[in-house]
Design a protein around this ligand. Structure first.
Ligand SMILES: Nc1ncnc2c1ncn2[C@@H]1O[C@H](COP(=O)(O)OP(=O)(O)OP(=O)(O)O)[C@@H](O)[C@H]1O
Length: 225
């Protein structure tokens, strides 16, 4: 569970992005973070994942206050999260298999166990037949699916995706959303930042809308696929 309790955030030498923001995301929720460009969607996701720390208030991840965590504990917290960025952050000199294996090798998981988990993740995103392909040879949608495989290979309980459908056509965008929904259907909490929600109207979700330094919670919208 993710709890924001009176959270404030301002970058150095900048105005406040948020003031006294409070909300709760329950385990298994499927949440969209919406708002216009520059309003702070990416920052909100970074705060959730402990990549940025708030300048006020408290953020709790599964009852742990991340502001009070020892620096040594941060890597363990981050393992709960699978992160998907709009620009993929793939390694373009490594093939698909190696890209997905990377988070496992950082955790010391190698050999047969790693190979089994990498192939299971590639299979889930429909890229098992592309394990030897370099990312540059994949389409935009396939690269994004590869980034999702890399994000879920460590079996995170929360997947955070920043504009995961950016730059994709409607069909590829819907595929990505269905994929994220499939992980959500087996219990993974999914939080997605998205400025254009019209692409995903067929998916049920809760919305956190950011406007004027405030975050409001809107009820579920759309219909189940
Ligand atoms: N590391 C940083 N240091 C200083 N300012 C930052 C930093 N990161 C973001 N900002 C500023 O904070 C504001 C919010 O940025 P953020 O990326 O969170 O917005 P966003 O809603 O995700 O935007 P977009 O939809 O365009 O991606 C912007 O004005 C941005 O310039």
């Amino acid at each position: 569970m993710i709890v924001f309790d009176n959270v404030g955030m301002r970058y150095p030498n900048s105005a406040h992005l948020f003031r006294q923001v409070s909300f709760k995301i329950d385990k298994g929720d499927f949440v969209l973070v919406t708002g216009h460009s520059g309003v702070g969607k990416s920052t909100l996701l970074k705060l959730m994942a402990g990549i940025e720390l708030p300048t006020g208030g408290n953020i709790l991840i599964n009852q742990q206050n991340i502001g009070q965590l020892h620096a040594n504990a941060m890597p363990y917290l981050r393992r709960r999260f699978g992160l998907v960025f709009q620009d993929h952050k793939l390694l373009y000199d490594r093939n698909s298999f190696d890209n997905v294996a990377l988070p496992l090798s950082i955790q010391g998981i190698t050999g047969d166990e790693a190979a089994r988990r990498v192939r299971a993740a590639l299979d889930k995103v429909g890229l098992l037949n592309k394990e030897k392909a370099l990312p540059i040879t994949l389409s935009g949608g396939e690269q994004q699916r590869l980034a999702i495989a890399r994000a879920v290979v460590s079996r995170p309980s929360i997947v955070i995706a920043d504009e995961p459908t950016g730059g994709l056509d409607k069909t590829a965008a819907l595929e990505i959303m269905q994929l994220l929904k499939a992980f959500n259907d087996v219990g993974v909490t999914v939080v997605i930042a998205m400025h254009d929600v019209t692409q995903v109207s067929a998916i049920a979700y809760r919305t956190l809308h950011i406007d004027h330094q405030m975050v409001s919670t809107l009820p579920a919208q759309g219909a189940i696929l």
